[in-house]
Design a protein. Structure first.
Length: 179
């Protein structure tokens, strides 16, 4: 039972970036169908990544953490730049247009669970149970963030997008600079 509580709190920690980024993209008034697809993808990847980390083993850990942070930071930076460019275009808002962009979003917020899977495998944890809890919590954090972003956008308009851009750049520099 104590492991379930541990997995639950780990899942909350792993899902916070998904929640924050979901608020950002929710301000773009993303379609409900895409909200469901994106939330599901985030959940699925939060299940797959720790189990993949377990399979690949700890010998891969050091290289992945270095490049994983660079990849994640670069994705956030690119998304932030795209949102800035969309502010200049009259009436057009950058959104996640296709399944590849939805997948990149999901991968960017789930990549940290890969190294968590490696760490959990060192102590023979139940990664199927852990991954399931990670998936459920991250799904709910993502869907909540997307709908909350939609609500904020309706109330604050363009200001919520500017706040979203700032959040994206904070995440980008956090990962790129190791802050």
């Amino acid at each position: 039972m104590s492991f379930i509580l541990l997995y639950f709190f780990m899942a909350i920690g792993l899902s916070m970036d998904a929640f924050s980024l979901s608020i950002v993209y929710g301000t773009n008034k993303i379609e409900n169908k895409k909200i469901i697809i994106l939330s599901t993808l985030v959940g699925i990847l939060h299940f797959i990544m720790p189990n993949l980390g377990n399979i690949l083993g700890k010998s891969f850990l050091h290289g992945f953490i270095l490049y994983g942070d660079i990849i994640t930071g670069s994705v956030f930076l690119i998304l932030g730049i795209q949102m800035i460019l969309s502010l200049k275009e009259e009436g057009e808002i950058y959104e996640l247009k296709n399944y590849f962009e939805l997948f990149l979003f999901a991968l960017a917020v789930a990549i940290d669970s890969f190294s968590v899977g490696i760490a959990l495998s060192l102590k023979n944890h139940n990664l199927i149970l852990a991954g399931s809890i990670f998936a459920i919590i991250s799904f709910f954090f993502t869907i909540t963030g997307l709908f909350l972003g939609k609500i904020l956008s309706n109330k604050t308009g363009k200001n919520s997008k500017i706040l979203g851009i700032i959040i994206l750049f904070i995440f980008a520099f956090k990962y790129l600079l190791g802050i």
